[in-house]
Design a protein around this ligand. Structure first.
Ligand SMILES: Cc1cc2nc3c(=O)[nH]c(=O)nc-3n(C[C@H](O)[C@H](O)[C@H](O)COP(=O)(O)OP(=O)(O)OC[C@H]3O[C@@H](n4cnc5c(N)ncnc54)[C@H](O)[C@@H]3O)c2cc1C
Ligand code: SF4
Length: 586
């Protein structure tokens, strides 16, 4: 039997980055906010103090940090002619679980998208003519200018370290000259660079490119954020990406928001409770709350005036499908929108090996790097090229964790004494240059419900159909050649190129930058949510996260995910609660 609980003003489904931001913002107006999180409580002293945080086997390889794939996973196939099979073990991406979500174990590479990224369809068509065949790229319905104050807020919340390249339209040496105009400098200076970044910077300059320090949520110096939360300087421990920070040096919900939020009387948090679906009234156009289940299998109905999905792109999309909100996209007919425009990130790179120079990459941090943006978005002329979009090229020194990273030169056997010798010789003397490429929406790539496999509650798993498209491959081939040019100039003995070849493989880790499925746009015929992330079908439902991206840009997503969360929170506070209903007329 489902037990009905007392109503709240707002229920948040999931409590990672977007959940924490929404909770902090909406409780400011005195609203009663409840967050329901399927994972457990997590905090720095209890879960990743410095002596525990660096346990590679436990956190990464045994996946203690991530969603349990035994309870709930996805099925995957490259295209519609294949039968999708369950992903029994996470590989290519790592959905977060527990308080803080992916915000606990992210790297902290904190980007703003380019102004033209928000206008990907109109800008590219205006400059180059019709889209390449099959692409279903569209504009966001919100502009960079509208989001700028919200990017600024997130950067100040997190104490992002960097160097502005465009301050109020004025280009500044040493920053990214291609970025959209910023209203303020970064709140912290860039991180201290190591040997590899200096080499990358010199090589890029020799090639006439414009290198700049990557924007980092790992603290370059002590920082106190506008909520009064204190962060300590990063120790470059190298256990950042895929790990919690034991040092209070990485901006996360735990370090930037929770110390304030958890003491508010109008905020409450329920952990180890999974939301199964959004409950609708008899008209199907109004959410009455959510149904959730605890660890003992007890089901509850939580009534709420407003429901906000903050459960990460994958869970948000699946919850929409399981709740019967909107029509699921069908690539055969082009009908339906939920699950449409699933996109990812297109990565390639080159390892660089030195003979007599120590890179010592165990001294690293999640967002310690130098980057160039010359080949991102539409920062270069695509005339005569057979693709749109691009990506940034970077030299990040994130880690040399011994189980995860053993770089070996071309031709090294993959096991045995020759492999061991190559690992020993190169472990301290190598680095990597990477291309972080956009992923443009394509009619064939999508999410829907699997017809065969179910989770522990008997609900259909979500099915992912994805492969790199001709646009992705052409773009990646172009970027990989630019990677080669830089890597070859870095003065090493040799390089080893990793181009993007073959079908997308869901096993090797690439990025946890899944996007699309609940896309935003200008009207109900092209999008699931409007420009304020409000469902077109159910006006008291908002959907956060990168699922709203109509396609993925060449950057990491979280800066934009957070800016959109602040933008939506402002709309909810200033408009929705004053006059509940649709914020954009269809
Ligand atoms: C290893 C790694 C490195 C990354 N590095 C970067 C980076 O450098 N830069 C960058 O921009 N991004 C990075 N990311 C991505 C970043 O973590 C995400 O963009 C961000 O956390 C998304 O915020 P969110 O609120 O949408 O989801 P999350 O922060 O993941 O939070 C979602 C929460 O919802 C909960 N949940 C899900 N379903 C349910 C349900 N049905 N009921 C209740 N709760 C539910 C989950 O348990 C989770 O806690 C990285 C991610 C990973 C995994
Ligand atoms: S590298 Fe820095 S920010 Fe990252 S976990 Fe280590 S101390 Fe924390």
């Amino acid at each position: 039997m489902v037990r009905k609980l007392p109503p709240v003003d707002v229920v948040l489904v999931g409590f990672g980055w977007t959940g924490a931001i929404l909770a902090q913002e909406l409780t400011e107006d005195g609203l009663d906010v409840l967050a329901i999180e399927r994972g457990g409580w997590r905090d720095t002293p209890s879960h990743f103090p410095t002596t525990v945080a660096q346990d590679e086997l436990r956190w990464y390889w045994r996946k203690e940090m991530f969603q349990s794939a035994a309870r709930d996973t996805l099925t995957f196939r490259n295209n519609g002619s294949q039968t999708a099979l369950p992903m029994r073990r996470w590989g290519s991406f790592l959905p977060g679980e527990g308080v803080g979500g992916g915000g606990v174990h992210w790297n902290g590479q904190t980007w703003r998208f380019l102004p033209s990224d928000f206008l990907a369809a109109s800008h590219n068509i205006g400059r180059y003519g019709p889209m390449p065949e099959g692409l279903t790229v569209q504009d966001y319905g919100v502009t960079y200018g509208e989001l700028e104050p919200h990017y600024d807020r997130f950067e100040k919340l997190c104490g992002i370290g960097g160097k502005a390249g465009n301050l109020n339209g004025e280009i500044h040496e040493g920053g990214n000259p291609f970025e959209g105009p910023r209203s303020a400098e970064y709140p912290s200076p860039p991180m201290h660079m190591t040997f590899a970044q200096h080499r990358f910077e010199a090589a890029a300059k020799e090639l006439g490119l414009k290198p700049f320090p990557g924007p980092s949520a790992n603290m370059s110096q002590p920082y106190v954020n506008p909520l009064g939360c204190q962060l300590a300087p990063c120790t470059y421990c190298g256990f950042c990406e895929k790990y919690g920070c034991g040092n209070y040096s990485k901006a996360s919900p735990q370090t930037t928001i929770l110390p304030v939020l958890m003491s508010k009387p109008n905020f409450s948090l329920k952990v180890h409770n999974e939301v199964l679906r959004i409950k609708l009234d008899s008209t199907g156009s109004r959410a009455t709350g959510v149904i959730h289940v605890d660890q003992n299998g007890e089901e509850y109905e939580q009534p709420a005036d407003l429901v906000i999905l903050c459960a990460y792109q994958l869970s948000n999309t699946r919850l929409m499908m399981l709740s019967g909100i909107g029509e699921i996209y069908n690539p055969a007919t082009g009908e339906g929108l939920v699950g449409k425009n699933y996109c990812y990130q297109v990565m390639s790179g080159a390892d660089v090996f030195f003979d007599d120079k120590y890179t010592n990459e165990f001294v690293g941090a999640g967002a310690l790097g130098m980057c160039v943006d010359d080949y991102n978005g539409d920062n270069f002329d695509h005339s005569g090229l057979d693709f749109i979009g691009g990506g940034y090229i970077s030299c990040w020194t994130t880690h040399n964790r011994p189980i995860e990273r053993q770089r070996t030169p071309e031709g090294t056997p993959t096991w045995g004494s020759a492999w061991k010798k190559a690992v020993a010789e190169n472990y301290l003397k190598s680095t990597n240059v990477g291309a972080h490429g956009a992923s443009m929406a394509h009619a064939g790539n999508h999410l829907d419900l699997d017809p065969t496999y179910t989770d522990v509650y008997g609900r259909p798993l979500m099915r992912m159909t994805f492969d790199f498209t001709p646009n992705d491959r052409a773009m990646s081939a172009f970027l990989t050649e630019r990677v080669r040019e830089i890597a070859e100039r870095m003065g090493g003995r040799e390089i080893k190129l990793s181009p993007r070849e073959g079908p997308y493989d869901s096993m090797p880790y690439q990025t946890t930058h899944n996007t699309g499925g609940t896309i935003m746009g200008t009207n109900p015929s092209n999008s699931v949510v409007n420009r304020y992330l409000q469902s077109w079908d159910v006006s008291n439902l908002f959907v956060m996260g990168a699922g709203v991206f109509p396609q993925n840009a060449g950057y990491n997503p979280t800066g934009t995910v957070a800016a959109l969360a602040y933008w939506a929170a402002d709309a909810i506070r200033a408009q929705y609660f004053k006059s509940p209903g649709a914020l954009v007329q269809a």
